[in-house]
Design a protein around this ligand. Structure first.
Ligand code: ZN
Ligand code: FE
Length: 256
């Protein structure tokens, strides 16, 4: 299956997976780029996956329904426009003949879910919405630092070659923050160089991989001594990973 990142709004990606005849899209905040891709590639829309209720992830649903030939799967614990198939962690769904596992990943929103294609003949695919970004994580709008830590730990335990399909192109600003947290981490500087070239060429920096995020993402590195020390210097309540994540997240919110 082919994976395509459809840019939307200022920095969203609507991920499309297709087999040359049928497509599934994830978090269509806007219908226009999806309809254009369906027409350009001559694909039918077989399913839609939604990770959370924010408008930049569901805004295109209404306009896509007349082209949609299958279900909308969405978070059971959030309100999105019906009809949709309510999904929760632990469920397995079949999309385009492939199995996807649903994971509960609360934190950015209270009922945020993610989808992992778990029977891939290629490297696994993770559609994680606004939970995990390259070198960053989502803001805590509805959840707690403890919930976000548990969700990120969950994703960090996926196979190292898992391809991470996040919903935003935040990589360069996230890497600037990651370098402020860990100035001596050479993997962060090296990846910033690669991503700068990709952005200059108009290319997405995603998907990332779980293996890479373990090396560069401060929010997956809350137990690393250098990250703990940086968080304590920013006023973290303690050295435990929840306090470290909370301090990193607040630091990132005010980081320019
Ligand atoms: Zn969001
Ligand atoms: Fe978003």
């Amino acid at each position: 299956m082919d994976l395509v990142a459809l840019p939307a709004f200022a920095d969203n990606y609507i991920w499309m997976l297709h087999d040359g005849a049928q497509a599934v899209v994830v978090d269509p905040g806007d219908a226009a780029p999806v309809l254009a891709a369906l027409d350009r590639l001559q694909l039918r829309l077989a399913a839609i996956l939604v990770t959370h209720h924010h408008p930049d992830h569901v805004g295109g649903l209404a306009a896509l329904r007349e082209r949609l030939e299958g279900p909308v799967h969405g978070p059971a614990r959030e309100v999105i426009a019906p009809p949709f198939e309510p999904r929760r962690g632990g469920e397995r769904i079949e999309v385009l003949g492939h199995r996807f596992e649903v994971l509960d990943v609360p934190g950015h929103t209270a009922g945020h879910i993610a989808y992992v294609q778990c029977d891939a003949e290629q490297a696994p695919l993770l559609f994680c919405g606004d939970t995990l970004f390259c070198a960053g994580c989502g803001r805590l709008f509805e959840g707690t630092p403890a919930q976000m830590l548990a969700s990120l730990d969950r994703l960090a335990a996926l196979p190292p070659d898992t391809r991470i399909c996040s919903a935003h192109e935040y990589t360069m600003s996230n890497l600037r923050f990651a370098a402020a947290v860990e100035p001596a981490n050479e993997a962060i500087a090296a990846h910033a160089g690669r991503c700068r070239a990709l952005r200059e060429a108009g290319q997405p920096t995603l998907p990332s991989t779980i293996a890479l995020e373990h090396r560069i993402n401060p929010f997956l590195r809350c137990r690393e001594p250098a990250v703990v020390a940086a968080a304590l210097a920013q006023g973290a309540d303690g050295a435990d990973p929840v306090a470290v994540l909370a301090a990193l997240r607040e630091w990132k919110n005010r980081f320019q």
